[in-house]
Design a protein around this ligand. Structure first.
Ligand code: ADP
Ligand code: MG
Ligand code: MG
Length: 940
């Protein structure tokens, strides 16, 4: 019989942490905690398979489920020594909690205090000796159950939550401000009124039968997997809809049973900065979601839990250490203290910023907790770009005093216009993608996600380092300051006041997520700490701890990666910066960028009427280009430099408006009519597929000759100064070997001439950019001539998918929302299609030139998934823009480590029988003899 239910608790646990796919993250970790002897209220997990079954079968359960759930409930009863629905003794209550493979904060539903009804509440009151507590649980339960299971939650901002309305009225009538000040008789009245609201809205009585309540909870959790916000969240974070959620049913423990009780959330290291030490929030005499919901201002664990509850604090610190050492990662923990006794309710690897990810991983290696490989593998490669983002500091802060200070929950510097409503933020951003906004809220909920996504920064007036706002902004990598209780927000008037000043919607403010400071107006930024060391040299490495972590991580990455990393750079300054960020060469110099600075000379060349005129017009250009190349070669000091010949269609350079043509006519003393005529001649209906790439040099060989001559003369001059130089000349948009041969002849002739004149020769290569399907399919022919290939995946995506990069904006959103494309193919490589073409190109290219040099220079060269793919293809290098280099280095190391691990696993599974070690293998960690001979080894 299929097993759908896994129990956990002190009397036996079926699952463990490795079973996340089946039990969800929460369930797997509850099982693991129980297994290693930590205090976990017992319970059981219904597997994600049931969720899959549920949706495949018209929202019905497998028939075996009921029996298994009833059995598991009995087990909880036995362990806890209480009976569910007991009307004589203290009754067992349970929670029903969602939990997918990856945590989706606040996206799905949870119901607490299941098992209460008009009878059990009386027993609970009597046996606990605390009437207020019992009725507080009951009123929370009716409210949560109504919202979640009976679907009475408001559907949008204009709807009112019937329960909140009743609660507010009650507090007003009782003359109190906080929920916790309500007396038992108020709570009793509330339950009656809540139930009446249920009856009125649903037409049914509130269910009194505890088992019926459990099944209601289970159904609601499975149902919440397909609610709108969960779907949007999964799309944003690339979580497949098929995974499904698990359901956890667990005995309740109570943090709201008086002053010796508390509930809280904590991190074992700071999720914003990575610093070691427990941080978190707790509330005395409160239940579960109170801490995260931001209703009452929580207290800081690190500040006062030790004073409030010394014994529990000590125990908690121990448990937190056990967990961090066990999982070898920062833990995000939920706990409850019931009459001094600590109970663990959840642990997971904490969400963290790029800063915290790097800092904590490097620290953990230095502490001996993890290996460098583990550190590299666990940091999302894209996150290291956060360490390069501008910050507030230095001159920009002169004369500025902060308006107020909150909790520094998400590092980064953000300046923007105040916006109070997520819908407004989204609307502004849709009109203007460059709008800079700061979303200001009392606290955030999943409904605010849309607004958070488009804002530069997030500012909240309540909630601590573990609030929803903090968690989500860390994950999104946004600057966030939360818990600024000095700020008063008036949503109706759309104003916020602080320190006697009032700010309106649209006013500019700045938030510093490193310090928690909030400033009036726009604060100018300075370069990040890392770039202050590497680029501006304002900081010394020894004074820059973040830089040290970054550099340590990069040097480990360089040790493990097999792919080379190069940069796309068009001038010496960019080249120099790229070297500082680890570039080992230039993978793409776009020569046309050099012309933009001397646009009029270039235009004179385009407007010339015959070859003689054009050759004359090319003369000044040759001088410029030669000087540019010289500068780059000098900066690169012998590292390879790939230079692409002129690529874009000529009409991109000529003036199109009447006014501009008039101006040019005067500058060049050419009649305006003639300019207009030439511009007309150059016009193309479909320029992407028009007269561009090598087609230019074929029609105008003198342009290719000029560029080649400039490259070789520059190289010769640099060599004469004793600086080594390795130009790699790249012919763009080749589809046919005949095109290549045509251009190659011109380049080789120019080289011979320059070398002869100078009496110096330079070691150079001629290759091509592979950006047409035809080039991939005939790569064996092309490689007969080309000494290297560089996959130009921007154009290869355009030509391979038949999608114009300049026009796809109008439909790509629909494509992603309708799950037609999993991602934007111009950002992350379409591995199946474009990658398939690359595979063909690599295989065929190597078939005729086994040692052909292979690289990629499209935007994808800095995208982690694409880098991994390139590693798999066995390319020699990836090339990307300078600031993406750290991402590429880390991603390349991750790919190498993952491959090694896969091979090792394979090796262990299918023992290879190599001569030297009787079934072991000398090339990976499973080798028992370590002889390294590797003879006939399976993983070589
Ligand atoms: P989420 O995934 O939104 O965090 P959870 O299932 O973790 O939802 O539960 C929400 C809150 O309720 C948490 O603070 C959790 O600690 C608390 N909680 C859940 N189950 C129990 C329980 N059995 N006893 C006490 N508190 C619980
Ligand atoms: Mg939780
Ligand atoms: Mg191109």
């Amino acid at each position: 019989m299929a097993k759908y239910v896994y129990s956990f608790g002190k009397d036996g646990t079926d699952g463990d942490a490795t079973m996340k796919n089946l039990l969800g993250g929460k369930g797997a970790n509850l099982a693991e905690m129980a297994k290693i002897g930590l205090p976990v209220p017992s319970g059981f997990t219904i597997t994600t398979d049931v969720c899959t079954y549920y949706y495949a079968n018209g929202r019905n359960y497998p028939p075996e489920l009921q029996g298994q759930v009833e059995e598991a409930m009995k087990k909880i009863e036995a362990t806890m020594g209480k009976k569910f629905g007991d009307t004589n003794a203290l009754p067992l209550l349970v929670s029903c909690r969602s939990g997918a493979r990856e945590s989706m904060p606040g996206m799905m539903d949870t119901v607490l205090n299941i098992g209460l009804n008009d009878k059990t509440v009386e027993v609970l009151a009597q046996k606990s000796g605390d009437e207020r507590f019992a009725w507080d649980c009951y009123r929370r339960f009716v409210q949560m159950y109504g919202d979640v299971v009976l679907d009475m939650k408001p559907k949008d901002k204009t709807d009112i939550d019937p329960f909140e309305e009743i609660l507010e009225a009650k507090k007003k009538k009782a003359g109190v401000k906080l929920d916790s000040e309500l007396k038992p008789e108020h709570l009793k009245e509330l339950v009656t009124e809540f139930k009446a609201a249920v009856k009125k809205q649903t037409g049914h009585d509130f269910p009194e039968d505890p088992m019926e309540q459990v099944w209601g909870g289970i159904g609601a959790v499975f149902g919440s997997w397909m609610n709108d916000r969960a779907i949007v969240y999964r799309r944003t974070y690339g979580i497949p809809h098929e995974w499904g959620t698990a359901v956890n049913v667990q005995a309740m423990v109570f943090g709201n049973m008086g002053e010796a009780c508390a509930t809280g959330v904590a991190l074992t290291r700071n999720g914003a900065t990575g610093e070691k030490g427990i941080t978190g929030d707790y509330l005395i005499n409160a239940q579960g979601e109170d801490v995260v919901a931001g209703i009452r201002m929580p207290k800081k664990i690190e500040d006062s839990l030790g004073k409030d509850m010394p014994k529990s604090w000590e125990e908690f610190q121990k448990v937190a250490m056990i967990l961090e050492n066990h999982y070898k990662d920062i833990q995000d923990i939920e706990f409850t203290i019931e009459n001094q006794k600590l109970w663990m309710l959840q642990t997971r690897n904490a969400k963290r910023t790029g800063f915290a990810a790097v800092r904590a991983a490097v620290d953990m290696v230095n502490e001996g907790l993890i290996t460098p490989e583990m550190a590299i593998s666990r940091i999302p490669a894209n996150d290291v770009t956060q360490l390069l983002q501008p910050i507030f500091g230095g001159a920009g802060l002169k004369g500025k005093t902060p308006l107020t200070k909150g909790i520094n929950a998400g590092p980064g510097a953000a300046t923007g216009q105040i916006c109070f409503q997520p819908e407004d933020a989204e609307a502004i951003w849709q009109k203007d993608n460059s709008a800079k906004l700061i979303l200001v809220r009392a606290s955030t909920t999943p409904e605010d996600l849309r607004g958070m996504k488009v804002a530069q920064g997030i500012l909240t007036s309540s909630g601590g380092a573990a609030s929803h706002a903090a968690l989500v902004s860390r994950q999104m990598g946004k600057a966030c300051v939360c818990g600024c209780d000095a700020i008063e927000i008036n949503y109706k008037a759309e104003t916020m006041s602080v320190g006697g000043k009032t700010f309106k919607k649209g006013d500019w403010i700045s938030v510093d997520g490193f310090t928690g400071n909030v400033y009036e107006g726009q604060v100018p930024t300075s370069p990040s700490e890392v770039l202050q060391v590497l680029f501006t040299k304002e900081l010394k490495p020894k004074d820059a701890p973040l830089y040290q972590c970054f550099q340590q991580l990069m040097s480990w990455s360089d040790r493990f990666r097999k792919l080379g990393v190069r940069t796309n750079a068009d001038n010496p300054q960019e080249a120099g910066r790229a070297i500082a960020l680890g570039a080992e060469g230039i993978g793409l110099t776009r020569t046309e960028h050099m012309f933009f600075d001397r646009i009029d000379d270039f235009r004179a060349m385009i407007l010339s009427e015959n070859v003689a005129e054009r050759e004359k017009a090319l003369e000044p250009l040759l001088k410029y280009q030669q000087a540019d190349f010289e500068g780059i070669f000098r900066e690169m000091k012998g590292r390879p430099v790939t230079i692409r010949l002129l690529d874009p269609p000529l009409h991109e350079f000529v003036p199109h408006t009447d006014h501009e043509q008039e101006e040019l006519s005067q500058k060049l003393s050419i009649p305006k009519g003639k300019i207009a005529q030439r511009v007309n001649e150059l016009h193309e209906e479909n320029p992407m597929l028009g007269h561009r790439g090598c087609r230019l040099g074929i029609v105008y060989p003198e342009i290719t000759r000029m560029q080649a001559t400039a490259i070789f003369q520059a190289a010769v001059d640099v060599m004469k100064d004793g600086i080594d130089c390795h130009p790699e000349i790249m012919i763009p948009l080749v589809g046919n070997i005949t095109e290549f041969r045509n251009q190659e002849a011109i380049i080789r002739a120019a080289a011979a001439e320059v070398f002869k004149k100078a009496g110096v020769t330079v070691d150079y290569l001629i290759g091509t950019m592979i950006e047409l399907p035809r080039a991939c399919v005939t790569a064996d022919r092309v490689a007969e001539g080309a000494e290297f290939f560089s996959f130009g995946t921007n154009d290869l995506t355009q030509t391979g998918l038949g999608i114009s990069r300049d026009d796809y904006g109008s439909f790509i959103n629909d494509y992603q929302e309708k799950d037609i494309f999993p991602a934007d193919p111009f950002q992350t490589l379409d591995q199946e299609g474009v990658g398939g073409l690359m595979k063909i190109g690599v295989k065929k290219g190597r078939s005729t030139r086994p040692d052909i040099k292979l690289g990629i220079c499209g935007e994808h060269g800095g995208d982690p998934a694409s880098v991994k793919f390139c590693h798999g293809l066995g390319l020699n290098y990836v090339s990307c823009s300078p600031l993406r280099l750290p991402v590429a280095r880390l991603a390349a190391a991750q790919a190498a480590i993952a491959e090694k691990k896969e091979k090792a696993e394979k090796c262990c599974k299918e023992s290879c029988g190599c001569d030297c070690c009787q079934g072991g293998c000398s090339c990976c960690s499973c080798c028992p003899c370590g002889c390294q001979s590797g003879k006939s080894c399976c993983c070589k």
